[in-house]
Ligand binder design. Sequence first.
Ligand code: SAH
Ligand code: SF4
Length: 349
Amino acid sequence: MFPEELAALLGDMGQPRYRALQVFHWLHQRQEFDLDQMTDLPASLRQALRSAPPVTPGQVIRTLQSADTLTRKLLLSLGDSQEIEAVEMNTRPEGDPEGRKTICVSSQAGCAMACVFCVTGQFGFARNLEAGEIVEQVLRFQRAGRPVTNVVFMGMGEPMANYDEVLRAVRLLTHPEGLHLGARRITISTSGLVPQIRRLATEGLQVGLAISLHAPDDALRSSLMPVNKRWPIREVLAAADAYASLTGRRVSYEYTLMDGVNDADEQADALARLLQGRLAHVNLIPLNPTEDPSLRAPSMERARSFQRRLDRAGMRATVRVNRGRDILAACGQLRLTERRRNQALAASS
Ligand code: SAH
Ligand code: SF4
């Protein structure tokens, strides 16, 4: 809830409205979800809030830290037992002032888009997350270590298919009385829902946009991402161009490299031609392992060669390092492993 909504709620409960900011500060600035710890609130108010919606946090069921300590992952169980993942990625060890701390949040439990290379997509859609459930993922990581510097909507789910709650979450995370993150430090990644991309461009927000492209032509992209049959590459690029010109922000393109599928030099050339003339940046992501044995990451050598090809054509590209492999940090992997383990336990009992 925003402070003004909290104030209205408090008013309805017969409580003083001016307490709203105090509650908002406890949640967003001190990341305290336990009403009993909000010691400067009168006991009667805390009691009244117990049955109200502003404080309904999920339960942390697993926390994992990578061996290099730069990556941490949370598995959260929500009120209805849906499980979602959130990941913290640090660029530098704690204490290094140059370091960035990026939180990768989920926007849905599951995803309906069914991309073939995505563990979350292969499991289908359960439900949209509420703004509070998205914000909570960030607040939980704010509590320890350096403050959060960036947020990316690259966890489970398609953020543009949960537009209203995602936008609410962005406005809560950037709220001056809360974490007060800069909108420029938030990136929304999408598989290419054209109407929502166009709408986002008109919100007056400086949020970063990342387009999941993954293929330089429609035939291949449709075979990897069913959404391409509805909004083909040409339409997605036109919407991304509109976004760039309305917001003044450079759009980035994600391209997950799959061995023998989309990693040939000719495909790099085709990709460079496709994005020609744009102030774009390409993020090359070697595939994280999925259940499908026919999909593999290319060698690092191949990935570099693909990058050089783009480079030569004047296209800025980086190969993203796969962080946190040892903690199943790719989208959907931890939830899947946890489910398998529980199924195995149930079967053996
Ligand atoms: N639904 C949104 C955001 C979440 S997915 C989207 O698709 O953009 C975030 C990114 O991870 C996307 O670029 C997605 O294509 C990529 N991704 C999904 N599964 C992957 C895998 N197994 N290996 C590497 N990247 C993957
Ligand atoms: Fe959904 Fe993104 Fe996974 Fe595709 S890659 S299934 S859009 S989460």
